[in-house]
Design a protein around this ligand. Structure first.
Ligand code: HEC
Length: 480
């Protein structure tokens, strides 16, 4: 039987070759990180495929179908495994990378294997980021909004990337579809292709072995059965860990995304450091925290085999690299903890479901006096503007300026109309606070009368604003 298969496929000799690979220094539990990461990836693919049977990507159904999954114990368990599996996979990629750095296993001839490994880390993080949006609950919405707006900082093509992932003036069904496509097709395909390359190169070079310099050749071990046994034990431990976390701390689904409510988003733990970095840099230097520092760190990581060029892998002779690693880890830890504490502080300070300040501030008599144009403008506002500027015009640093109590809005009406017609980018300052984001142009999605009404509304009836109305003719005059 085996012979019959072997003659037609070569599978038996391929398997034999695979199993009899040499393991320098003998099998060891030090070698399990790569295979444990691979195992976590398989868990993610299997549970992820299962979840697509139930999940429906659109603004009307994403949260609802996730709620359905939560309501059914088996589906909920699979979702919890997928949720914790993501954390496990990222943690294992980090551990694997850490060991490779400490052991100097990136050195010649393994430079390309190392680069593919760093790309795998990036793809894994993009998978985490794109998956975060899919439940479409409050946290998913607001955390992803931060991420989407950060893409605007990418030089030259930032606007294009932002439109590619968001597609439209606000986040909605198209955004969910973009993230879904990235999360279930493009990124997994890239992941599998890169893993295949990583493993093929690994078989070509063979394992690096421990970082010792010993003239005697290392005792040779075999992959089968010792190393395979240890890899299996490690994968089992990973599985037990994921199952335990999934049963004791299942994730929970927040209220459905509501762009009009104030919400302090919370990123996944592996993005806390970046989140902290962004909070540290002043608003007008966002590009430093969003692009320059992370880009520099990634470049450094990619070029590591050429930065640490000595041929020795012995730890004692590589003090510089180990110090660099230690300092980087200390900074990452510090940023993570600092960011966690500052988010907790902000969440404590955000008043729980506050009544819209506009309603509270505008006395009943003025509300009654609101013109029909402003009433119509309010409808336009809640449809098109409130997702960024807030239902009450309170805005949201560091991107979205407030419109209530903003002197620009109550100032020269022509300037306000021009801004709404043509959009606006670049840093602006409102009441001493800097904002920098992209305000879409409204001249084609909205009619002249809609624009006149919404400008009238934000100038005359939003929060404390009491400036004069504008007319459709004013808008027509300025529209080119
Ligand atoms: C996608 C998010 C988004 C939407 C939707 C949006 N805006 Fe904006 N808006 C912004 C951003 C970001 C800025 C600041 C631009 C900058 O940094 O230069 C801004 C700026 C403004 C300003 C100028 C404020 C100032 O102080 O200079 C006005 C006025 C304004 N928006 C009105 C509106 C109106 C009216 C609507 C609805 C028709 C709207 N916005 C919809 C994001 C948005």
């Amino acid at each position: 039987m085996l012979n019959w298969i072997e003659r037609r496929t070569g599978f038996v000799s391929i398997t034999k070759d695979f199993l009899t690979e040499d393991v320098p220094g003998g099998a060891s539990y030090w070698y399990v990180f790569g295979s444990a990461t691979l195992f976590a990836m398989i868990v993610q693919i299997v549970t992820g495929i299962f979840l697509t049977f139930f999940y429906a990507p659109s603004a009307m159904t994403a949260w609802e179908s996730t709620k359905y999954i939560y309501a059914h114990p088996f589906q909920h368990t699979v979702l919890s495994i997928h949720y914790w599996g993501a954390s496990a996979m990222i943690a294992l990629v980090f551990l694997h990378l850490l060991q490779v750095v400490i052991w100097g296993a990136y050195k010649s001839p393994r430079e390309i294997q190392w680069i593919v490994g760093v790309l795998l880390l990036l793809v894994t993080m993009v998978l985490g980021l794109t998956g975060y949006l899919l439940p479409w609950d409050m946290d998913a919405y607001f955390a992803s909004q931060v991420a989407i707006n950060l893409t605007l900082n990418v030089p030259f093509i930032g606007g294009w990337i932002q439109q590619f992932v968001q597609d439209g003036t606000t986040m909605g069904t198209l955004t969910i579809n973009r993230f879904f496509g990235l999360h279930v097709w493009l990124m997994p395909a890239a992941l599998v292709a890169l893993v295949a390359a990583h493993l093929t190169i690994f078989r070509w070079n063979g394992p690096a072995g421990p970082p010792v310099e010993d003239p005697r050749p290392l005792r040779k071990g075999r992959f089968w059965p010792d190393q395979l046994f240890m890899d299996t034990v490690a994968s089992l431990l990973v599985l037990i860990g994921i199952l335990a976390l999934a049963s004791f701390w299942p994730p929970f689904l927040d209220a459905k995304a509501d762009p009009t409510v104030q919400f302090t988003p919370y990123p996944a733990w592996y993005f806390l450091d970046l989140f902290g970095l962004l909070n540290l840099v002043p608003g007008n230097l966002e590009i430093v925290g969003a692009i320059i520092i992370p880009g520099f760190a990634t470049t450094l990581l990619l070029l590591l085999p050429w930065i640490d060029r000595s041929t020795t892998r012995v730890l004692g002779s590589r003090k510089f690299i180990l110090w660099l690693l230690g300092i980087s880890l200390a900074i990452i830890w510090w940023l993570t903890i600092w960011s966690q504490l500052s988010i907790m502080g902000k969440q404590a300070a955000t008043p729980a479901p506050a009544p819209p300040p506009a309603a509270a501030k505008v006395p009943a008599s003025t509300t009654a006096a609101v013109s029909p144009a402003a009433k119509a403008g309010q409808a336009v506002y809640s449809q098109n503007c409130s997702s960024c500027h807030g239902a009450a015009g309170a805005g949201m640093p560091p991107n979205f300026p407030p419109l209530a109590g903003n002197p620009f809005v109550t100032g020269d009406p022509n300037q306000v109309i021009l801004t709404v017609l043509n959009g606006k980018t670049g840093a602006i300052s409102v009441n001493g606070q800097t904002y920098n984001g992209q305000m879409p142009a409204w001249k084609s999605p909205l009619s002249n009368s809609d624009i006149a009404n919404v400008v009238t509304y934000i100038r005359s009836a939003l929060g404390p604003n009491h400036a004069g109305a504008v007319t459709t003719a004013d808008v027509a005059k300025l529209k080119k």
